[in-house]
Design a protein around this ligand. Sequence first.
Ligand SMILES: Cc1ncc(COP(=O)(O)O)c(C=O)c1O
Length: 469
Amino acid sequence: MTDNAFEDFLDGFFPYRKTTEAHRSIPAEPVSRELILGQIEDMASREDAQGDRGTVSGSLYCGDHDHYAFLGDVFSLYSHANVLQRDMYPSATKFEGEIIAMTSSLLHGTGVGVVTSGGSESLITALYSYREQARTDRGITQPNIVLPATAHVALDKGAHWMNIEVRHAPLTDGYVVDVAAMEALIDDNTIAIVGSAANYAHGLIDPIEELGALAQSRGIGLHVDGCLGGWLLPWAEKLGYDIPLWDFRVPGVTSISADTHKYGYALKGSSVLLYRSKDLRKHQYFTYPDWPGGLYLSPGLAGSRSGGIIASTWAAILATGESGYLAAADGIMRTATAIKEGIRGIPQLEVIGDPTFLIGFKAAGDLDIYLVNDSLKAQGWRMNALQLPPALHFCVTRPNTQPGTAEAFLEALRTAVAYAEEKQGQPAESGAMYGFGAGTPQGNATVNMVMAGVLDAMHEVAPDPAPAA
Ligand SMILES: Cc1ncc(COP(=O)(O)O)c(C=O)c1O
């Protein structure tokens, strides 16, 4: 990499390094609030611009800045409050209990659950509960969990932390989990199985009814990852879309995660983990009566928690209401259907399975889909890039429902396919790094090292720009 190329890379990674001071130590004197706010407003408005144009897949689920401002007002009233102190902040009990109850009523649950900081925490907490349940009730010390290959990777992360063996079940030709293959992976040390509704990669719903029957026949739990679809699929079903049963109406489903900070239109930092039974939930509780600091009780991973996120999540649900969620889902499903049908009309591409609101697609022949992504990126579209197989997905959210978005995307996609055909054989710039639209290194033998390097860089202060030559 030439010096110039490296400088360009740094400019992309740290775009403010030439326009704002990089703080390596605490400023001796307070910086004025005006200056701070001005800088933040500038960064926020630049960074929101692409999402607000409706050309981004996923990530921003609501896009309504009035709604954000209202939630910000609510947040600020409780941002400083530590909801651990329930004698001081009993409102947190009301907010939290009602968030759980409202989510549960949407998913036909029993009203049992917890509020967490996001999808990953919900999944990892569920994993922990199943591990503890299996340990105390069945004496299992070498636990394993059986997941679809497409289950969210947070489960692999949690299993890694908790020393749980992960067994990945392959997919069928329809890209949902192969239930027979899953069954073959279960043994006496299996603590639970998982299905997604819908999964991150391809937006597909695993055959939850079959998984429920399997879980029941083996006497183990079934967690359904509804982090992404949990707050959207029920509305799509009410609108008449063909959504298979996946929630607590399915016997055998013992827990569900559903992220309020995605299609629940709450601020980032909230999700709900529902359990069918209080008995399973109690396995995630930690109590310790012998601590000099007092009798300690804690429902989950976090200690102190901000009241702001709980209050604003509650407010987001109330301020949207059933009719708001239905209207949003209507726009999302119409847009997603138009995109799905449009992609099906492009012979060089293939839609993966039969998705609903998140459309995964790959090359039908030997087209390099990452070249397609390069061109989409150059045209202002930010897709999520996938691998195994190489593919892209468009997760449709409210900002994408602006009139003309589906048509404009399909036009850009046709241009991108022509570009990829023209550049066939040349290396693509985009890869499949989760959380990055494009422009990161592609997989090779040093990929783990490169990924760790990216994480290091994300926790560092921007390097000073090179002095002008
Ligand atoms: C299906 C699914 N599960 C879990 C997660 C993880 O959620 P979070 O990013 O809130 O931790 C995601 C994120 O997109 C997801 O799509």
